[in-house]
Write a protein that binds this ligand. Sequence first.
Ligand code: BG6
Length: 473
Amino acid sequence: MHDTLLLFGATGDLSQRYLFPSLVHLWRDRLLPPAFRIVAVGRQELSDDDFRAWLRERMAGEVADDQTVVEELLGKITYVSVDLRDETAISTALASYADRPSVSYLATPPDLFVPCAKGLKAAGLLEGESRLVLEKPIGRDLASAREINAALKACLDESRIFRIDHYLGKAAVQNLLALRLGNTLLEAVWEHRWIESVDIFVGETAGVDGREGYYANYGALRDMVQNHMLQLLALIAMEPPSVLDADSIRDEKRKVLRALRPMSNDDVASRTVRGRYAAGVVEGRAVKGFVHESTVETFVAVETYIDNWRWAGVPFRLVTGKRLAERATEVVVSFRPTSHWLFERPRRGRERPNRLRMRLQPDETIELGLMGSLAAPEWGAMELKPMSLDLSMSGSPQRRIAYERLIVDVLRGNQTLFVRDDEVEAAWHWIDSIETAWTQTGQPALEYPAGSWGPSEAERYLPPTNGYRPGNS
Ligand code: BG6
């Protein structure tokens, strides 16, 4: 296991809220090597002690109470101040850490990936077994993602590049695969002949507060759909790999992403909705709307198709939004009606259980909606009623825990839960088709009140089930 971590963007939000607290917990659980050292790299001029004091204060409340563990981890940190746009300065400042294989983690905006990687390369920090970790977003469109990927490849081999999508670190997301591939019952019906539609829903109550600058340049489609949601879609739709190694899984995911049907100008008008939250009340609290000169969306609903043998004609609906009524991530697989309906009630198509609903957060539950009979003596005919088999799982959906898992995987060199260059590019190819069509047709982001389920025009895209909304199911 590598024992040197160079963390770029050490004073940023991600490092402070997720990465350092994860490292504290990993240290507490003895999942880091004894000689572990952290080189925190940031732009601000700070001494080691200043940085530690700053981090100690920021982490209070984010980590387990045990202050001894926190102090032990803080003691492993050296702070290096450097301009992250200046590759020569990076190389000079960090060359002394090239004495053993390391992991360099770029928790920075994408425009710094290339100068940082070049500086690391010049310092000898990407040689041998050393690894490079990147946070999403990888670029802002296909062209910029390609540029980044090509520049990184000139610095080190793809087998040592780890692109993080923290959704893949969530236990519940890995469980999607386990469910799909470990159950004969599901394996047998996992295709267009038996599945009518698939819904992927990621609702958040949080707004874009504090990240306006970044968000205004990206919007929900690039921030959530390009990565987290398409990764969920790929795991649900991919062909089973012959073995569970990193490249076999990533090969299959890439094939699905490449088979996504690009959207034309007509398609976006009839199969996408953009929204943007206005003031409202979320979880009992009055909140402001997202006001910014950019026209970016905070909500998106898309209906798409995967043009391959398995999924021909099956709509996949992806919906995500900020400041919605509830925080919930769900995947709902709706099966086709039985071929011949024998019963009097409910009529075919009226009530439709035959659904597998996998809720990934905030709690992890799996619910299989079935039909059963409630034979009451006063009824002349057999009446069917929707029933469900429920399973609550114990995996923690927290983002920090996902990061803990992913950090350990990087230190061990396991790429299974990381995204490969060609997957990123295939995802951008499809996203670009939507962005281009939106721009060409001038499709507006429709206002919705914070605390609602998005614009009313998006109603039909919301996940089904009897009167379903994540909150009142
Ligand atoms: C991040 C997005 O990647 O994921 C955020 O940039 C979003 O906008 C977050 O809020 C959601 O992650 P989680 O784990 O809280 O569902």
